[in-house]
Write a protein that binds this ligand. Sequence first.
Ligand SMILES: Nc1nc2c(ncn2[C@@H]2O[C@H](COP(=O)(O)OP(=O)(O)OP(=O)(O)O)[C@@H](O)[C@H]2O)c(=O)[nH]1
Ligand SMILES: [Mg+2]
Length: 437
Amino acid sequence: MLELLSEKFTNAFTKLRKARKLTDKIINDTLRETRLALLEADTDYQVVKDFLKRVRERALGQEVKANLTPAETIITIVYEELVNILGSHKEDIQKGTSLFVGLQGTGKTTTIAKLANFLKSKGSSVAVASTDVRRPAAMLQLQRLAERTGVTYYGFEGVNDAVEIAKKVKERAEKEGIEYLLIDTAGRLHIDEELMEELEKIKGVIKPSEILYVADAMQGQEALEIAKSFHERLNLTGLIITKMDSDARGGLALSVRHVLGIPIKFIGVGEKVEDIEPFYPDRIAQRILGLGDIQTLIEKAQEAIPEDKAQELATKVMAGDFDLEDLRQQLRMIMNMGPLDKLLGMIPGVGAQLKNLKIDESRFKKMEAIINSMTPEERKNPRIINMSRKRRIAKGSGTSVSDVNKLLKQYEEMKKMMKKLKKMSGMPRLPRLPFGF
Ligand SMILES: Nc1nc2c(ncn2[C@@H]2O[C@H](COP(=O)(O)OP(=O)(O)OP(=O)(O)O)[C@@H](O)[C@H]2O)c(=O)[nH]1
Ligand SMILES: [Mg+2]
């Protein structure tokens, strides 16, 4: 997700990272690169302009704090302004009825199923319903998805009027004390008057607490224009951006808040029902800047591994005594957590390089096999692994000495990276930094 943007930002900061002093020239060069990165990502022109203006004002007047490098100073400002543009904080879905609107194929139905599953897993009562009367298959799609996740589906066979259905499901949800009622609507290829009128009528009848526009990240600026039209007619309360797992350029996510003044509430990150995440502006900004998204990673890990193990590992990382036994445990957890490319994108520094990296899960298995062939002593203290031990380990794991060397080198690099991150989390004014938990 957002790899391209992240890569562009990383490049934009290359020169800056080498700078010893924060001169106007360095600031201007960096801002020019940043501008290109944002525009190439298909970010709204006005948003880019305003963003750069604020960063420039703050950067030019900025004294470099004693404990910060010029790069850290600028990146902190860029980070804070990015968070700002993205909406500054997470916004929840209001209880009550949510109406999902958007053009055809943007992911409304899938998103409703995902969100219902998400809310249900947090302990809320949820029901879903569809008003897509023109396409029986669309209703069936939602019903199937709901059944698969054990979410209540309200069907009204024989009722052929969208407004009538909306009214009936709302009454039923109220009677049954449902906390979240999610209502699907028909998508159209283009905005047309008939669709808008129908949506307005539904809105009038059910008085939803949320009207959520579902936008496809791949549509870029076009989605922004369409969202604008929907907003003018319906007064949207929020956005959900789907297909953020694609190679979409990210401009939509960066522009919406500023242009429409409404928050992004969730993002879709895959086709499966679990593939939805609340939209955290700070975490997204971290991903964009290549700082990774350790919070989300940790939450995923917590779902896959017991709390005490995660805690134990975190403590070790903080204390700087992360050994090969810990690495082995991490590898196992990671393999339990789901598709690796998604997870790796959340690790600091990895995101931007991901595009050129073909994720080969068998490599992780190989790494685990190598660690498995070590003695507990070797895992604890890798420095004792000499040539003859390496040969033994290679033989035991069916790999080569060069594979063992590679693993040891990776381990050393991870350790170094962790040390760096620890140092960075001492940085003032840069909240929620990786490993700052
Ligand atoms: N990769 C990916 N695919 C998604 C995501 N969300 C939805 N899709 C896919 O997009 C396609 C369209 O999704 P639907 O939920 O049927 O879209 P819709 O808006 O309900 O479409 P209509 O009812 O025809 O208007 C499906 O193939 C989904 O699997 C996402 O976050 N990531
Ligand atoms: Mg649909």
